[in-house]
Design a protein around this ligand. Structure first.
Ligand code: B12
Ligand code: SF4
Ligand code: SF4
Length: 385
């Protein structure tokens, strides 16, 4: 059997749902267009404080700089749509992005990529230095390469959308020092048609134009990557999203018929979505480590998750009345970030008069300028009510 076909079959058997071969450089005009799109995105500041996106620019634009002599890329997709996929939106409890309800895909997929590397050595007769793999962590524009390999198209929500799996795909890539027979990209046309559902549904207006996300406005960035305060003007719009956001994918008609995951490589963590808001507000360093060990959620650290939980509580308003004692306690937390968001939440739930009484002791003891500013904003907010 042809070694390239054998390799593809073996990678599929390993658990990768999509295996596409792309040549480097495939089509210089397109590479220029993608690089120009990335430059424009960075120049507009759409990467917020993800400065690592700027640092790898040259390599992102030219995979040959990442692995000299690389002639092909294997773009891999793993479907992560759970078999029973519930849409949590609108429920009075924290909503987690679907990808966060698995053990960290960076770790599970890295293990699979190690095995994929051994298959490449065996089937193509290459050495360990002849390939390099990445899942998110490297300077590879995974979506752009996936398009070139015909895995799907880029929707107006900027997601790579496949006919079989919709956008519920983790992407990863292996650069290879060998010429593989390449898969064709899809005929270039607009597969979204006149649809604008994702643009209409995004609560923060983060899809600034079709296919372009301003991270500063994106709930995913604010609840995962942002290490500081969530801008006050965005907090209400975050609703009950505690970690990540799937809204622009949930509304996409291409996701309606997506197949459920084979779950060969993924390790589902259904216990995460069962955590009540009160459990999250009560997290300690020990319980945070116990609940979120090996999940992507550990990325936000305890203070980040408490910050997000306070925002969700504030947005639940009267539904989070029972959480007020915990929020008042968090208004005296060690982290000013947590204190600031706890104060905001108490004002949202209790209103100015009650909030002032509940928070009197914490306010008297407060010395941090950013937290004191939250108290002032709370007073102003309540005056306007
Ligand atoms: C930075 C980043 C973010 C940032 C910025 C998002 C963004 N749109 O750029 C933030 C934190 C906001 C984010 C959020 C999310 N992310 Co993210 N993120 C990344 C990361 C690390 C880099 C993306 C990047 O380079 N952005 C810069 C922009 C300019 O690039 P781009 O959007 O990929 O667009 C390029 C191509 O699509 C191409 N292109 C654009 N339009 C067209 C049109 C045509 C015709 C062609 C040929 C090419 C083309 O050119 C662009 C520039 O080169 C990638 C992993 C990776 N290494 O690629 C994951 C990645 C994109 N994220 C992913 C996921 C799952 C998410 C979330 C769904 C997580 C969540 N549930 O909260 C959200 C979705 C938000 C959204 N609608 O995009 C997946 C996407 C899988 C998929 N099916 O598309 C990736 C690929 C991670 C992975 N390994 O699977 N993410
Ligand atoms: S992930 Fe959420 S906030 Fe970000 S663009 Fe999509 S709908 Fe908007
Ligand atoms: S929701 Fe509509 S416009 Fe947005 S990506 Fe899906 S098909 Fe395209």
């Amino acid at each position: 059997m042809n070694p390239f076909l054998e390799l593809r079959d073996s990678l599929r058997a390993l658990g990768f749902d999509e295996v596409r071969y792309v040549s480097i450089p495939a089509d210089s005009q397109r590479a220029e267009a993608e690089t120009a799109a990335l430059r424009e995105w960075l120049d507009a500041g759409h990467h917020a404080d993800m400065h690592w996106m700027e640092r790898g620019f040259d390599k992102r634009a030219s995979p040959g700089l990442v692995l000299p002599g690389a002639e092909s890329m294997i773009v891999l997709g793993i479907n992560y749509l759970p078999a029973q996929s519930a849409t949590d939106a609108g429920e009075a409890r924290p909503v987690w992005a679907r990808y966060a309800q698995y053990s960290d895909y960076h770790d599970t997929i890295k293990t699979a990529l190690e095995k994929a590397g051994l298959l490449i050595e065996e089937k193509l007769g290459l050495g360990p230095g002849d390939y390099r793999y990445y899942v998110d962590t490297g300077p590879v524009l995974e979506r752009a390469w996936a398009v070139r390999g015909g895995l799907g198209f880029i929707g107006k929500n900027a997601m790579l959308i496949s006919r079989d799996y919709g956008s519920w795909l983790f992407l990863s890539a292996i650069l290879v020092r060998a010429r593989l027979p390449t898969d064709d990209s899809l005929p270039s046309r607009n597969y979204c048609g006149k649809c604008t559902r994702c643009l209409d549904a995004c609560p923060t207006g983060a899809i600034v134009r079709p296919g372009v996300i301003d991270s500063r406005l994106c709930i995913s960035y604010q609840t995962i990557e942002n290490k500081g305060a969530i801008p006050r003007e965005l907090r209400k719009k975050i609703g009950t999203r505690i970690y990540g956001c799937d809204i622009c994918a949930e509304v996409c008609p291409w996701n309606r018929f997506a197949q459920a995951s084979r779950s060969i490589l993924l390790d589902a963590r259904p216990e995460i979505r069962r955590l009540a808001l009160a459990d999250l507000l009560a997290l300690t360093p020990e319980s945070f480590a116990a609940h979120f060990r090996k999940t992507p959620i550990k990325r936000v650290k305890l203070a980040g998750l408490l910050r997000n939980a306070c925002v969700v509580a504030g947005n639940l308003g009267a539904h989070a009345n029972d959480c007020l004692p915990q929020l008042v306690r968090l208004a005296s937390h060690d982290s000013p970030l947590v204190r600031a968001h706890a104060v905001w939440a108490v004002f949202q739930i209790a209103g100015a008069a009650r909030a002032s009484t509940l928070l009197a002791a914490a306010r008297d003891a407060e010395t941090d300028a950013s937290v004191l500013e939250e108290y002032r904003a709370g007073d102003d907010f309540s005056e306007k009510q």
